[in-house]
Ligand binder design. Structure first.
Ligand SMILES: [Zn+2]
Length: 197
């Protein structure tokens, strides 16, 4: 897909600064950066999916959080509330979307990032909704990381990471991944820049 390739190149190579992990380790400025790194660990300290508001994709809050999830990843007999001030819904329905914490490493350091639906779906070739359904169908608990997610391990990728206001204000360096490229030519091109610099 040539058109996709050009826009990806623009975004990763021309529009944003390439950094090492140690350069961005401290959340100093609200900004997006490019890093090239390998996923070393899929952290399993948090759920791999969250209940997204069907209207705006923001994480919705269950009105009765003690209930068990059903096969579609939402909670049984529970209504959800969307607290996104920009969303037109307050009480909402949900569907699962990916939110996967990963530890990534480059030639200098390592950092924890959060991968969301769009990129995880691209790499895993399945949506969170379908993977939750598949996991439940196989009889596994949908809270436990399914083996499908393990293919992310050892993938070398180019990441656009987003240092948010939240990160800066709380001095928290678990950044959101706003885009991933697995294009080998692009990754190679980015890595060459480190050698030149
Ligand atoms: Zn919403």
């Amino acid at each position: 897909m040539k058109s996709n390739r050009i826009s990806e190149k623009d975004e990763f190579v021309l529009n944003l600064e390439l950094k090492t992990i140690s350069d961005i380790f401290e959340p100093i400025e609200i900004k997006k950066y490019v890093i090239v790194a390998t996923i070393k660990v899929i952290l399993q300290n948090a759920l791999w999916h969250y209940p997204a508001c069907t209207n705006c994709n923001t994480k919705a809050v269950p009105n009765n959080p003690s209930d068990e999830p059903n096969v579609t990843g939402s909670l049984k007999n529970v209504t959800y509330e969307c607290r996104n001030p920009k969303c037109t819904k307050t009480e909402t329905s949900t569907f699962p979307r990916f939110m996967i914490p990963v530890r990534v490493q480059d030639h200098i350091g390592s950092i924890t990032l959060t991968m969301f639906e769009q990129d995880a779906k691209k790499l895993l070739k399945i949506s969170a909704k379908d993977l939750v359904a598949k996991t439940a169908k196989l009889g596994f608990c949908t809270n436990v990381y399914p083996s499908d997610i393990k293919v992310l391990k050892d993938m070398k990728l180019a990441f656009i990471v987003s240092v948010s206001k939240y990160n800066v204000q709380r001095n928290n360096n678990q950044y959101t991944i706003s885009r991933i490229s697995d294009d080998e030519i692009l990754i190679e091109e980015l890595e060459k820049k480190f050698v030149v610099a």
